[in-house]
Design a protein around this ligand. Structure first.
Ligand SMILES: Nc1ncnc2c1ncn2[C@@H]1O[C@H](COP(=O)(O)OP(=O)(O)OP(=O)(O)O)[C@@H](O)[C@H]1O
Length: 638
């Protein structure tokens, strides 16, 4: 059954006079009353399962997985060459051991204790050297494999950070849980695949060449017979590898869907619990976990099955070759040559098995490589011009000129020829119905999206001519989902300057102006207190004041305040409002306002509806007997 539940932060029935903790939300089939601070936007898709979009943002056809990873492998050339050198030593030891082993029967027959001791010591030394070389080979190659997986991870995450907002939002957006899964679990799989490749290509080829030359040296005829059997082995392995690729791809997708689901539901625990959603979420999780189980089980079974098949083929091949060897040896072989030939053959089968294993690892890892690099293949729509300028300081004069915008081709216009001049230092409030496009104005000003026509000037510079970094340095956004991160209070306030040294004096000053200093000092470690995941240690009002302190710390000229709809107790609200008043001094402020008090703090108020802006006289917001919104604007204000 498809269940669609949408919890929206905008109250259907607003109660402006009672600024208590209650807002009422309406659903298709149920009405929920919740403390409004909990009213985060949370949607469970109709299909009840997070969808992994079929790469809608990718426009170019991807190169092969191997060519994707090769630049990262090249940067690990030192450990790779060291590992392969060790593998050459190991194969060298083996090539010397094989004739020694061949001489064992004759040595034993001679029964000379000197010779037995000498050959025995020589064999022991070679075997010890081979063990040491094998260990070093693996250690170096793991270093290279994990090093390149690390570089790939960093590269992919850097590209993810550069993505347009459209990559994360809307219909074509990639679920964040899926992105997290690719960069963590699937990048680890890539490391394993790279190791398997490095550890088998060159070492196995070396062993294959060494053993094949031993065999040709001993008996070209028998070697020819062996040469006819071996290609069949490779063909069967290639077929099985393709099969494994398909099974692995399915397993990666089911894992990604599970991760995306958890990423969506875990942050919304309050909503789930308040709605007795434990049962429904439990069964959704069970379905996804079961799909994941089946996907992984299929892959594991396949991985267990393939080596057995390879082994059976190898043993069958070995038997055929041994019997041919025996048949031929009756006439032309002495016993030590036969022994050496069979040993070489057995040691030739080993690298063939190794190559088969590596091929399967590659096929199993290919979906992870493809999915990981898919995150880097996107065509950005917000493009920085090569000759874009840096602005050191702006006064904050903003002009919107004929700005028209929609999120996608097939979607309606959100902004329709919007014109507005905001003077430096002015505070402008935007009000309007939910979905009217207020937040979109902020996104366009920050160039998270570009308008389809029209332009925006900041201090008479078209924002498309300003370097993105410089533009976003000049504008601070305080969004209604106050974004705080795990870390100390000081780190959260000085978020933009974390790469340098935090100026504690400035941090404390910003916190004092934002009315946050008092509560921060009461925290166990003051400014050094870790505020937990998303600031979970703090109340809603404290989070808001911390966000205001952050905005004050960064001396930007323009502030965009997307006012939270969640109600605070009257003291917290007063403290936040005072902090906002401080913030409005010397800044150009665009406030997406929901509270009458905040709206009244603005110099001008605009109603945004149907993509059009209309100035509203502040007096029309008040009735004669005091602070109460007029009936037509009543629904827009808390
Ligand atoms: N990433 C997106 N992709 C597609 N459509 C979007 C996206 N973000 C917003 N929209 C749509 O654009 C319209 C304007 O959204 P916006 O968030 O700007 O409204 P708003 O006025 O801020 O609403 P609210 O007061 O409820 O926050 C809405 O219809 C919304 O569904």
């Amino acid at each position: 059954m498809a269940v669609a539940v949408l919890l929206h932060r905008t109250p259907i029935l607003s109660i402006p006079s009672s600024r208590n903790l209650i807002s009422t939300f309406s659903f298709e089939t149920l009405t929920l009353t919740l403390p409004s601070r909990s009213s985060r936007s949370f949607s469970l898709s109709a299909s009840t399962i997070p969808s992994i979009s079929p790469k809608p943002w990718i426009e170019s056809s991807p190169p092969s997985p191997l060519s994707e990873i090769s630049p990262f492998l090249r940067s690990e050339w030192r450990p790779i060459l060291s590992g392969w050198f060790c593998s050459a030593v190991s194969v060298g030891c083996l090539s010397t051991v094989v004739p020694c082993l061949g001489r064992v029967p004759s040595t034993l027959a001679a029964a000379s204790s000197d010779r037995i001791a000498r050959d025995g010591l020589c064999l022991a030394f070679l075997l010890f050297l081979r063990s040491a070389a094998c260990y070093l080979q693996q250690a170096f190659l793991w270093e290279a494999a994990l090093g390149s997986a690390y570089r790939i991870r960093v590269h992919v995450f850097d590209r993810v950070l550069e993505q347009d907002m459209a990559f994360f939002e809307g219909n074509g957006g990639v679920p964040t849980g899926d992105v997290a899964n690719r960069i963590t679990a699937e990048a680890s799989d890539v490391g394993d695949t790279v190791y398997a490749l490095l550890n088998s290509t060159v070492p196995n080829t070396l062993q294959l060449i060494a053993m094949a030359s031993q065999m040709i040296n001993i008996s070209p005829v028998l070697s020819l017979i062996s040469g006819m059997v071996i290609p069949w082995m490779f063909l069967i392995m290639a077929y099985l590898g393709e099969w494994l690729h398909r099974v692995s791809n399915k397993a990666q997708l089911t894992g990604a869907m599970l991760a995306a689901y958890l990423n969506e539901v875990l942050p919304s625990m309050l909503f789930v619990k308040a709605n007795n959603g434990g049962l429904i979420e439990g069964s959704r999780f069970q379905r996804l976990a079961h799909d994941d189980l089946m996907g992984r089980l299929g892959k594991k079974k396949m991985k267990a099955f393939i080596p057995q098949i390879i082994q059976v083929i190898c043993i069958a091949g070995l038997l055929v070759l041994c019997s041919s060897a025996l048949a031929v040896s009756r006439t032309s072989f002495d016993i030590s040559k036969l022994f050496s030939f069979v040993t070489s053959l057995a040691l030739l089968i080993e690298p063939i098995q190794g190559v088969g294993k590596a091929y399967n690892e590659l096929k199993q890892g290919e979906p992870s490589i493809e999915r990981l690099f898919d995150l880097t293949r996107f065509s950005s729509k917000v493009i920085e011009k090569p000759n874009a300028v840096d602005l050191d300081h702006v006064s904050g004069d903003i002009k919107f000129s004929g700005v028209t915008f929609k999120y996608a081709e097939n979607m309606p216009l959100v902004l329709n020829e919007l014109n507005l001049h905001i003077k430096a230092g002015e505070t402008v409030a935007f009000i309007g119905p939910s979905g009217g496009g207020k937040t979109t104005i902020a996104k366009i000003l920050l160039r998270l999206y570009d308008p389809i026509c029209g332009h925006i000037l900041l201090d008479n510079h078209n924002i498309q001519d300003i370097r993105l970094r410089s533009l976003r340095d000049q504008i601070v956004l305080i969004s209604q989902d106050t974004m705080l991160f795990s870390g100390t209070v000081a780190e959260n306030i000085a978020y933009r300057h974390l790469t340098g040294k935090i100026n504690m004096e400035q941090v404390e000053k910003a916190a004092r102006v934002a009315n946050a200093d008092e509560f921060i000092r009461m925290l166990p470690l003051g400014y050094e207190t870790n505020i937990g995941q998303r600031g979970s240690l703090l109340s809603g009002g404290q989070k808001q004041r911390l966000a205001i302190a952050r905005a004050l710390y960064h001396k930007s000229s323009v502030l965009i305040l997307d006012e939270a709809t969640s109600a605070l107790d009257s003291r917290s609200e007063l403290l936040v409002r005072q902090a906002l008043e401080h913030l409005m001094v010397n800044h150009t402020v665009l406030v997406i306002a929901h509270r009458l008090e905040t709206i009244l703090m603005a110099d001008r108020v605009f109603l945004l509806s149907g993509g059009k802006l209309e100035e509203v006289a502040k007096s029309s917001l008040l009735t004669q007997d005091g602070i109460h919104a007029s009936p037509e604007l009543n629904n827009l204000i808390i």
